[in-house]
Ligand binder design. Structure first.
Ligand SMILES: C[S@@+](CC[C@H](N)C(=O)[O-])C[C@H]1O[C@@H](n2cnc3c(N)ncnc32)[C@H](O)[C@@H]1O
Length: 203
């Protein structure tokens, strides 16, 4: 019998999502890589909730990371999928906008009262520049330029993975920190099989 205390082996290093994410960090204009991610998550949508429900402590890094976040009136969750972390975000912040590109994922979402669900691409979020106090993501696609654009001065980004480097879309926190640019601070911790990193934008 599989030991439920062990994280799943997702073959993350060779996973297509890892390769697409790497390509996008090298070249954010790589349209084929964006398309590759889009198609693969659309295909996974049908089984996504069932699979994530089986993973022990899947959203624990989000719950732990949120304990460190400064109070915010609202938050945007990006790459929300079917809402695996959305209840945790909504329990910590009065108002939440949860976004994902995949309508297939959004159609299968868990219902969380008061959350506004939006189909949106992390390449061009439908949000004003410098307005958002807090961005959260669990196992999301990292596109630093758009996060930097929407966060307000001194705003925070809580980036979480469920399985650390065993997560297909994993980007090491030090690398994310460099890509966010000068003046950002970072604090990180582990929870369950995953990790959270709380980045704060320069004020
Ligand atoms: C690994 S899943 C994470 C879903 C959920 N947060 C979780 O942890 O279960 C990655 C999510 O990113 C979404 N995604 C892929 N490309 C995207 C894009 N360009 N813009 C917004 N979301 C995207 C996928 O549809 C998918 O739901």
């Amino acid at each position: 019998m599989e030991d439920i205390l062990e994280p799943p082996d997702l073959k993350a290093e060779a996973h297509p999502s890892r390769r697409f994410q790497e390509r996008l960090l090298e070249d954010p204009e790589d349209r084929a890589a964006w398309q590759g991610l889009r198609v693969s998550y659309d295909r996974m949508a049908e089984e996504w909730r069932e699979w994530t429900d089986e993973q022990r402590g899947y959203d624990l890094p989000v719950r732990e990371g949120l304990r460190r976040v400064r109070p915010a009136r609202w938050a945007v969750e990006i790459c929300c999928g079917t809402g695996e972390a959305t209840a945790a975000v909504a329990s910590a912040v009065p108002s939440v906008v949860a976004c994902d590109l995949s309508l297939e994922m959004l159609r299968r979402r868990v219902e969380v009262p008061g959350v506004c669900w939006v189909a949106a691409d992390v390449r061009s979020l439908p949000l004003g520049t410098g307005r958002v106090p807090l961005v959260v993501s669990l196992n999301g696609v990292f596109n630093p330029s758009e996060i930097v654009r929407v966060l307000r001065p001194g705003g925070q980004l809580l980036w979480c993975t469920s399985f650390r480097a065993g997560t297909p879309l994993y980007v090491p926190p030090e690398r994310m920190h460099r890509l966010l640019g000068e003046g950002w601070t970072a604090e990180e911790g582990r929870a369950g099989h995953g990790e959270w990193t709380l980045f704060t934008a320069p004020g």
